[in-house]
Write a protein of this length. Structure first.
Length: 288
């Protein structure tokens, strides 16, 4: 059930226990959400933000892997694990921003591996990465909904086959929406979902049956995700008995914690990351 949070930070990050589910925006609103993303990212570039330059807390190994197939297409991603880990450690499906699976996302996978997870960074762009907002928008719009879902199912099976007893998902921006889609694909078998400013829907019928604990992080100045939608989603989750913790940070806009880009807001991003790690420990490594 919902855990109530009433907190005002001295950093001026406002907090609500509420939230919102992402949807495949281009399939449902004619691409309007991707248009809003493009506006938020105008003039942006996929340079490494401070989030991507941090080092793992303990030694890790990482390598390119094939984690499944969609039709005749091999799915290639990046797997990072602690150097001394057994195969039975919890797994994380790591979903890239609208820039694609670049080295900054690989860095985040390594950081998560340093926290004790088998972190699989998936690729929903088929090996392509964007260097400009225009190209990122093209790639985001080109994603086929059914193939993306098959991709995420393959990632789940890959981690499961490696022995992961618990599996979660995390994503930023474009990937934040698909992180929640992962929860909707595995409503009673995924163990945790983290959403960084993913697009929201509020239809109770889409969320019926979901049991996955959900944490989300949003910027108060993000014009692509109205705060009213965040509150509305939280209300729906609460009515369904879903554990949810949604945070809205004042002074932060869209992409404030992105591994790639120029919209980074350190105080909000650091606070969100600390909460993310605590949430994942609680649900993927209880007692660990």
């Amino acid at each position: 059930m919902r855990q109530h949070i009433v907190l005002v930070l001295t950093m001026a990050a406002a907090v609500w226990s509420c939230g919102g589910p992402p949807r495949d925006a281009d399939a449902s609103d004619g691409g309007a959400y991707t248009d809003r993303l493009a506006a938020e990212h105008a003039g942006d570039a996929p340079e490494a933000s401070p989030a991507a330059t941090a080092q793992p807390r303990r030694p890790v190994t990482g390598s390119e892997v094939t984690y499944g197939n969609v039709g005749d297409t091999e799915l290639k991603g990046y797997l990072a694990t602690p150097q001394d880990a057994a195969d039975s450690i919890p797994g994380l499906i790591v979903i890239h921003e609208w820039w694609g699976l670049n080295d900054n996302i690989r860095s985040m996978a390594r950081q998560l591996a340093g926290e004790g997870y088998a972190a699989l960074a998936v690729d929903l762009y088929g090996g392509q990465v964007a260097e400009t907002p225009d190209r990122a928008g093209q790639l985001a719009r080109s994603v086929d909904r059914d193939r993306a879902k098959a991709n995420l199912r393959a990632a789940f099976r890959y981690l499961e086959d490696r022995g992961a007893a618990r599996i979660g998902s995390i994503g930023w921006c474009f990937g934040g929406g698909w992180s929640l889609q992962t929860a909707l694909l595995f409503p009673d078998s995924l163990d945790a979902t983290v959403i960084y400013y993913g697009h929201l829907v509020t239809d109770p019928a889409e969320l019926a049956g979901i049991e996955v604990p959900i944490q989300g992080h949003f910027g108060a100045e993000d014009s692509s995700i109205p705060v009213d939608d965040i509150r509305r989603f939280g209300s729906v989750l609460d009515s369904l008995g879903v554990t949810e913790h949604m945070y809205v940070y004042e002074g932060a806009g869209h992409a404030f914690a992105n591994p790639s880009g120029t919209r980074y807001v350190k105080v909000a991003a650091d606070t969100a990351w600390g909460r993310t790690l605590a949430f994942l420990r609680e649900h993927l490594r209880p007692g660990g």
